[in-house]
Design a protein around this ligand. Structure first.
Ligand code: F3S
Length: 393
């Protein structure tokens, strides 16, 4: 792989310990994927932040990098295992909390913005179309490639951090135009709202695996709906990017191409719900996987105004979205009803089983899938309104 003079200097350690380790990681990755060179990036986003994932060995490695490592580009952080301020109210034990705060501190020292959200594009980490970036967190990757038109592979937390420290990433995969073409055309009926977009993502993710679908038949889609679609595609399948004819920025380049075709019907979309219809009453209802936008929080507050929440209801978002919601009086309406706006974390990365949760309800296909397959919980997949009705009945 070709390396510039500066990249060579990083690799031999002339620019410090962290730059050397990071360059070793990127060169190894580049060799595996046959990258001809590294490409400069404008942004990075790092996942794998929960202490439950990082552990002591991971923390030791991060501490070593932080001895002289600093990120060279705007870099944000995925959710942690708890609300960084209100962890005791969540019922998180002190030992876990202290370890989680050590992880956060080490990222802070490296210059990473402590956003703790899976929606970096809602909190100021907004690459432009065509930018090369290095993001981990599959739902953010698919959003960046598909909706923004920036270029990123599905990085791991560590390769995204290495890219942030060096300001570069190996030039392969979705950084190359030829790998951004659709592999399968999917004819669909117009989904109705975020929930149906999420169900559609679950079906198509299963069908196309790590392919790139081009959707036809979607006449309108809000950014929040594309967020829900992408999160499901990327988790149930391994989809790194999708196109929607007439809507996403690169779709127009491929509309005349012939390719394998699939059709999804309205009844296919409705059938997803039946797969996640646990009879066990949920002890936690959560919305915000991926994290809620201000618009979504506002709609939830309108529903909850004047009602009483009778079950544990978590509405997950970034701290910066919550601050805006505070200013607009949205948080106050939600809290007056008895809901909780949870920041910095989500029920997938927080140790919810330790909090006594055994059954959940959510409107998120990704959240449902991980709750069942990773956290072994009983799951109901419901529309947003059904979740809120369940919480208030
Ligand atoms: Fe975000 Fe957690 Fe879902 S990180 S995408 S809310 S699993």
């Amino acid at each position: 792989m070709y390396l510039s003079k500066e990249e060579e200097r990083m690799l031999v350690g002339e620019l410090g310990y962290a730059a050397q380790k990071a360059m070793e990681i990127l060169v190894a990755l580049g060799k595996i994927y046959d990258a001809e060179k590294l490409v400069p990036i404008t942004s990075a986003h790092i996942s794998g932040v929960s202490y439950a994932n990082v552990g002591e060995d991971g923390l030791e490695f991060l501490e070593e990098l932080a001895s002289d490592g600093r990120v060279l580009v705007q870099t944000t952080l995925n959710p942690a295992g708890m609300d960084l301020d209100k962890w005791s109210l969540m019922g998180i034990d002190r030992e876990f909390a202290e370890n989680q705060l050590r992880v956060i501190d080490v990222y802070r020292r490296m210059g990473v913005k402590i956003t703790c959200t899976c929606t970096p594009y809602l909190v100021g980490n907004e690459p432009r179309m065509g930018d090369h970036i290095a993001w981990s967190e599959s739902s953010a990757v698919v959003y960046a490639n598909s909706v923004i038109g920036a270029k990123t592979n599905r990085e791991s937390g560590i390769s995204a951090l290495a890219a942030a420290i060096t300001g570069r990433t190996p030039f392969y995969g979705l950084h190359l135009k030829e790998n951004r073409q659709p592999t399968v055309e999917v004819r669909v009926p117009q989904p109705n709202g975020e929930f149906e977009f999420a169900c559609l993502g679950m079906i198509v993710g299963r069908l196309v695996g790590d392919g790139i679908p081009l959707f036809r038949g979607i006449l309108h889609a809000e950014p929040d709906e594309l967020k829900a679609l992408g999160a499901a595609l990327a988790s149930v399948g391994g989809v790194p990017m999708f196109h929607v004819d007439g809507i996403t920025p690169e779709a127009g380049e491929y509309v005349d191409r012939s390719m394998e075709r699939l059709t999804v019907t309205e009844s296919d979309i409705k059938s997803v719900k039946e797969e996640y219809a646990s009879e066990v009453d949920p002890d936690l209802i959560f919305l915000g996987c991926p994290h809620l936008s201000l618009m979504e929080l506002k709609r939830i507050a309108s529903f909850l105004a004047g009602k009483n929440v009778r079950k544990k209801l978590w509405l997950c978002c970034s701290k910066s979205v919550k601050l805006e919601a505070d200013k607009l009086g949205i948080t106050q309406v939600i809290e007056a009803a008895g809901g909780t706006v949870v920041c910095d974390t989500c029920p997938i990365v927080a140790p919810v089983k330790d909090l006594g949760v055994t059954a959940v309800a959510t409107n998120s296909a990704k959240g449902a899938w991980y709750s069942r397959n990773l956290n072994n919980l009983c799951v109901r997949l419901l529309s947003t309104e059904e979740c809120l009705r369940e919480a208030t009945k």
